[in-house]
Write a protein that binds this ligand. Structure first.
Ligand SMILES: Cc1ncc(C[n+]2csc(CCOP(=O)(O)OP(=O)(O)O)c2C)c(N)n1
Length: 288
């Protein structure tokens, strides 16, 4: 941790890709998206500039925030995307962006991605109350990977499904099991259409998997062996499904993977080869 070219620790999203893709496929540039401390899958799915995002992870001058934000604090105004290391921080600013759109009569909705742990934070409940009261075009997506660091959802949350809390806030609530991109896409479509029609917000809780530890270096030894073995990587699983259902040919899949690999290689090259910010830059953009 902290010894390689990436400064600080890294919270990865392996396994949670279906949540990001299934929701963001319904969104455009007018829609604001806020993510948490594990934001990269959501950022990529919402169209954040990949080169600048990777440069930001490397702490480089060409990064989204000039290397100041690091891997948790990503900001891309071009697509209305932000993320924060403060748990549930997407809620307040996200609902604010929904309120601004409603008051100014501007198009777009706001979506906040939070974890199941974040759903026990005060901001989650306070914000959802206002979202319900003011019928804001806002969706709270809970990525239920069943853990907050090393504490399991069943040891920290009074009810099985946070989506059941929706009626307390005059919101719609839906739970999607199975980390299935198609089911997530369908449920997200219902929530997005509802928000766009002005009918109010939704708690969309998505069962997913955190395939790795909480951060790089966390072995996840606190998880029962059987639970760890049962986890499935959704990407090869979906590839198999596409092929089995003849929705894509092996050549289609290979071409898509090659295209993505080229984009990733280019972003890595851009990030590695970019310069670090000048030391004299450290005190810029500070507000006292
Ligand atoms: C307000 C606040 N409290 C505590 C922390 C420390 N912290 C970082 S990640 C985390 C657990 C988050 O769990 P969850 O919301 O389920 O997200 P996941 O890591 O599973 O994606 C905590 C408590 C923090 N960053 N912010």
């Amino acid at each position: 941790m902290g010894k390689g070219p990436l400064p600080g620790e890294m919270h990865q999203s392996f396994g949670q890709e279906p949540c990001a893709v299934g929701v963001c496929a319904h969104l455009g540039k007018d829609d604001a998206v806020g993510a948490g401390h594990r934001p990269h899958h959501v950022a990529v799915a919402h169209g954040v500039d990949l080169n600048k995002m990777v440069a930001e992870l490397f702490g480089k001058k060409t990064g989204l925030s000039g290397g100041r934000g690091g891997h948790m604090h990503l900001y891309d105004a071009n697509v209305n995307f932000f993320s924060s290391g403060i748990i549930a921080e997407g809620m307040g600013p996200g609902a604010g962006m929904a309120l601004a759109r409603k008051m100014q009569g501007k198009p777009g909705i706001a979506v906040a991605f939070v974890g199941d742990g974040a759903a026990n934070q005060g901001a989650f409940h306070e914000v959802l109350n206002m979202v319900g009261l003011w019928k804001l075009p806002f969706i709270c997506v809970i990525e239920d990977n069943k853990y907050g660091v090393s504490v399991s959802k069943k040891d920290s949350t009074a009810i099985d499904r946070n989506s059941d809390r929706a009626s307390s806030y005059a919101l719609a609530g839906e739970y999607v099991g199975g980390n299935d991109p198609d089911l997530i896409f369908a449920a997200a479509g219902r929530a997005v259409e509802r928000a766009r029609r002005g009918e109010g917000g939704t708690i969309l809780e998505l069962e997913t998997e955190r395939l790795h530890g909480h951060f790089i270096g966390d072995s996840g030894a606190y998880r029962p062996e059987a639970e760890r073995k049962a986890m499935k990587d959704p990407i090869p699983t979906y590839r198999q499904r596409l092929l089995a259902e003849n929705a894509a040919t092996p050549a289609d899949v290979a071409a898509l993977e090659a295209k993505v690999q080229t984009q990733v290689d280019e972003a890595m090259r851009f990030g590695r080869e970019s310069a670090y910010p000048d030391a004299s830059d450290a005190l810029q953009r500070l507000y006292a």
